[in-house]
Design a protein around this ligand. Structure first.
Ligand code: YSA
Length: 346
């Protein structure tokens, strides 16, 4: 029996040494230590031996069982360790590989011009303030000398918010211009005032190459003692010169806005035809970029500012028209159609 056990030991340990996969090791365990395994069978046959031989063989068989179990555990541990090392080795970062390209975004052309414009006006002492896009009838029209039924309301094709108050009126709208910010600002602040107020505006507009239904405006307002039309022209000339260069031509013409007296519009010579007349400028040779004027005395009175002491100028500029003029963009619809071929050019 002792010889049989010795042979079994040599065979079992020899086989285990050469095994390197889990299923092979499991088969080995079942073959030697399982319920019907070779060693288990010997252990079960021990009671059949004579008492003398049984004692010796029993001791040797149990020692062999402990040895095989320990060898099995060691083998399983070393296999687990090898697996971990292999996984670690595979996922190790190779710093010599080229990196993935990072796609950099860029600022939208409207944002770029807004920042450039804000910086120019800031350098002339103007602060920058923003306000609400959903407005009340009062700030968008009434406080600007445009009461209900006034024909000037037709100048702004309005998108009304679907809300009716207790009087059966619709007091809310998407602001059609940034001019309501003049009132909101003057209600809170006393002169001297120098401020620009950029933001989105909305109109129920027939869309074409120079008209969108959502676009940006920048409102400008300066109120102080002794402000004149010369300050208005000087400020806007300076802005146009810094943004477009010395060569661009600027034109002021009389215009009508109920909240200024007198009122003007400012235009810049067309970037496409250089004043000859084309589709973009509707054959006029000029592109209007803003409306402006001296703040109407009634508007000043409405915010408790005495027009006998203070005067002011204001302007409202269409922001998209500026990059159109600067970069020669011939269709405003390109700005918000999310076409990367357009946006990546700026
Ligand atoms: C006038 C006098 C002031 O003291 C202050 C502000 C103003 C401007 C006035 N609030 C206003 O909105 N005038 S406007 O209707 O002529 O628009 C001003 C500018 O916005 C235009 O000169 C034009 O550049 C731009 N604009 C108007 N409709 C547009 C547009 N830009 C794109 N799409 C549209 N649909």
């Amino acid at each position: 029996m002792l010889d049989t056990l010795e042979e079994l030991k040599t065979k079992a340990l020899g086989e285990l040494k050469n095994l390197n996969d889990r299923s092979g090791i499991e088969a080995w365990r079942v073959g030697y230590l399982g319920r019907k395994g070779a060693l288990t069978k010997i252990l079960r046959s021990l009671p059949e031996l004579a008492i003398e031989e049984r004692r010796e063989a029993g001791s040797a068989a149990n020692k062999l069982k402990a040895l095989l179990e320990e060898s099995l555990t060691n083998k399983q541990e070393s296999l687990k360790k090898a697996d971990i090392e292999r996984i670690m080795g595979e996922s190790r970062i190779d710093v010599s590989l080229p990196g993935y390209p990072v796609r950099l975004g860029r600022l939208h052309p409207t944002t770029q011009i807004l920042r450039e414009t804000s910086a120019i006006f800031a350098s002339m002492g103007f602060e920058v303030v923003e306000g609400p896009e959903v407005e009340t009838d009062y700030y968008n029209f009434e406080a600007l000398n445009i009461p209900r039924g006034h024909p000037a309301r037709d100048m702004w094709d309005t998108l009304w918010v679907d809300y009716t108050d207790e009087k059966g009126e619709r007091p809310m709208l998407m602001r059609t211009h940034t001019s309501p910010m003049q009132i909101r600002f003057m209600e809170r602040r006393r002169p001297p005032i120098r401020v620009i107020m950029p933001g989105k505006v909305y109109r129920y507009e027939a869309i074409d190459a120079t008209h969108e239904s959502m676009f940006y405006q920048i409102e400008g307002l300066a109120v102080d003692k002794g402000i004149t039309m010369a300050h208005l022209k000087g400020t806007l000339y300076e802005y146009a010169r810094r943004l477009f260069g010395q060569d661009r031509r600027v034109r002021f013409r009389c215009d009508y806005f109920p909240f200024v007296e007198p009122g003007v519009e400012m235009a810049i010579d067309c970037f496409i035809c250089k004043g000859e007349g084309c589709r973009v400028c509707k054959n006029e040779g000029w592109i209007e970029i803003l409306g402006a004027g001296m703040v109407h005395p009634d508007v000043l009175r409405r915010v408790d500012c005495d027009p006998e002491i203070y005067t002011g100028f204001a302007f409202g500029m269409g922001l998209e028209r500026i990059p159109m003029l600067k970069y020669g963009i011939d269709d405003i619809r390109l700005f918000y159609s999310n076409d990367l071929r357009f946006l990546e050019q700026f």
